[in-house]
Design a protein around this ligand. Sequence first.
Ligand code: NAD
Length: 270
Amino acid sequence: MFPDPLFDVSRDIVLITGVTGQLGGEYAKTFLQRGARVVGLDIRRSGTGDALGRDYSNRYLFLEADVTDRRSLERTLLEVERQFGTPTVLINNAAIDSPPSAPPEENGHFEDYPEASWDKVMDVNLKGVYHCCQVFGGAMARAGKGAIINVASIYGVVSPDQNLYEYRRQRGEIFYKPVAYAVSKSGILNLTRYLAVYWAKKNVRVNTLTIAGVFNNQEQAFLDAYCGRIPVGHMADADAYNGAVLFLASPAASYMTGANLVVDGGWTAI
Ligand SMILES: NC(=O)c1ccc[n+]([C@@H]2O[C@H](COP(=O)([O-])OP(=O)(O)OC[C@H]3O[C@@H](n4cnc5c(N)ncnc54)[C@H](O)[C@@H]3O)[C@@H](O)[C@H]2O)c1
């Protein structure tokens, strides 16, 4: 069942934040299929998560928690330690973004971008990762073993390309991809480097995974613009990043820390 020791995660305890979302469930399945115990954390449950609970009842645990609330993470850690032990892999995957259907001021001009939206996005996307690293990463450092994967975005490495949204402006909307998401994801890059150095001697590796857009039935005009811009010519499937998270968590990446693994269909190559 586990032919390659390089990618053996069967003894791992993998904690995934934002597990209820489009990609979190994919990551959970990837590790469960390889024998790991998985803890999914989110502020909401889903049918997919419940199915995982049924299929892998003795190895999958869903815990409701909010990454912006350190106390709820401390309670989560106690429960994980009671049921499985100290996590050995942490995937900081939970994040929020302004959906294309958000109120006009959220997707409007930078000059009018609401402070409350800035605070909310920073709270989840950056402070949430800092809290999770403090609580779960701290436990890993005490145990002397761990791998942390902080999920960023192409928009944390380069600016959102506002030309993509020209089709919306042409039809009379005021639409600019907002600032906070991009800045929060950029912050992930140096939080990763800081912690990689800080925990280097504690055997806790910390890396960023930078990913590009995932197909999710977006409107055709957006798909045309996006696929015209990205070198590979198509958006990622939801399972496109499973190999990358497995690699970063596994012995294959044992000498890798403080790095940014970019899996983006060539978006940042041009
Ligand atoms: N999907 C993409 O196109 C894409 C592109 C680049 C980067 N990413 C990144 O990948 C990661 C996953 O993206 P996704 O598309 O699966 O997102 P998603 O919106 O489908 O899922 C995010 C999950 O995080 C949870 N969440 C939100 N706030 C939370 C909180 N305070 N505490 C705990 N959980 C919370 C949500 O309930 C949701 O289930 C994110 O970090 C995202 O920024 C996604």
